[in-house]
Design a protein around this ligand. Structure first.
Ligand code: PBG
Length: 329
């Protein structure tokens, strides 16, 4: 690979000016690479700050136009919707997930009505915003039960598809759910609805601020280690991905992002499938706080995002996506 040696070979020559650095750059970022998460809240005319995530807000449905307009103007292809379900609507079995008037359903209908196919909509498939215990599935005798949970997830998927969701993103990590969801979608003639599987989702401490944003933090009992992946493992991620591809996933997600770049690269090298990365809430808050306190300069954001492209990600879910005009310059 190395074709010469010092002093006739000097790698610094290709770095001497911005124009040559631009010519030889190996990776690029554009708005096409981004998915913007949006937090939803009940009520009217609300744009609410989130304590653990500076410059990120929860929007009531009558105000989501503000953020969707911005996403479209920036050229972002898709948004991801996350509800902060009011406490009184939460219960043991997450019934609200199947209510066609729940926050996510109403938001999908509203966005599709106003924007048609100008922007894609992605929705989580999981029960944690709706359960009183904060887990992604149903609990029986202190266990998150797999197969019974899938039955609910299938119905949640069908409901979101019916409302007009473009991309279903199961983030629950139950075994076998992708196949069951695909089968049900096809049977009900939602053949064009895509599945973006959170196939390699780790039990991570980096989700803390998100759980605060959707209000599940104070409810969560225990951890999610019996269903989300063990962060000591990487071969296992490849097995998860292989299974979800076989079951019909159109795209796969790795989550969290930056601490898991090796997983993104491993998947990209092995499976030729679109791989998305989620720069999760904890990564966001770390950066945002350090920048706020002037510990880091704001170019750290661009650098953190470029790392995903270098690792092989096709797209990035990032809470910075609504500020791309400033970040990508
Ligand atoms: C829920 C879900 C989580 C995130 C996205 N969907 C949290 C969790 O699994 O506890 C985390 C996103 C983030 O931290 O930004 N299934």
């Amino acid at each position: 690979m190395i074709t010469g040696k010092y002093p006739n070979l000097r790698l610094r020559r290709n770095r001497k000016q911005p124009w040559i650095r631009r010519l030889t750059q190996e990776n690029m970022l554009s708005p096409d690479d981004f998915i913007l998460p949006i937090f939803l809240i009940d009520g009217k005319n609300k744009k609410e700050k989130i304590k653990s995530m500076s410059d990120v807000y929860r929007y009531s449905i009558d105000r989501i136009g503000q953020i969707i307009d911005k996403a479209i103007k920036l050229g972002i292809p898709m948004v991801a919707l996350f509800p902060k379900t009011s406490e009184k609507l939460k219960n043991e079995i997450g019934t609200e997930a199947l209510n066609e008037k729940n926050l996510v359903c109403r938001a999908i209908v509203e966005i599709k009505k106003r924007y048609k196919n100008e922007i894609g909509i992605m929705c989580d498939v999981a029960l944690d915003p709706y359960t009183s215990h904060g887990h992604d599935g149903l609990i029986k005798s202190n266990t998150i039960v797999n197969d019974e949970t899938i039955e609910v997830l299938v119905n949640q998927s069908l409901l979101q598809a019916e409302m007009g969701c473009d991309v279903l993103a199961p983030s629950d990590m139950m075994d076998g759910r992708i196949g069951k969801i695909r089968k049900a979608l096809d049977k009900e003639n939602f053949k064009q609805v895509q599945i973006l599987s959170y196939a390699a989702k780790y039990a991570s401490s980096f989700y803390g601020p998100f759980r605060d944003a959707v209000g599940s933090n104070k409810f969560l009992k225990g951890d999610k280690k019996t269903y989300q992946m063990d962060f000591r493992n990487s071969d296992e991620a490849l097995r998860e991905i292989a299974l979800d591809i076989k079951e019909g996933a159109d795209m796969v997600m790795v989550k969290p992002g930056m601490p898991y770049l090796d997983i993104i690269k491993g998947i990209k090298d092995k499976f030729k499938i679109p791989v998305f990365a989620y720069q999760v809430s904890g990564e966001y808050s770390l950066l945002a706080t350090a920048i706020e306190k002037k510990i880091l300069n704001k170019d750290a954001v661009y650098e953190s995002l470029m790392a995903f492209k270098r690792a092989g990600a096709n797209a990035i879910v990032s809470y910075y996506a609504d500020r791309l005009d400033k970040i990508l310059k």
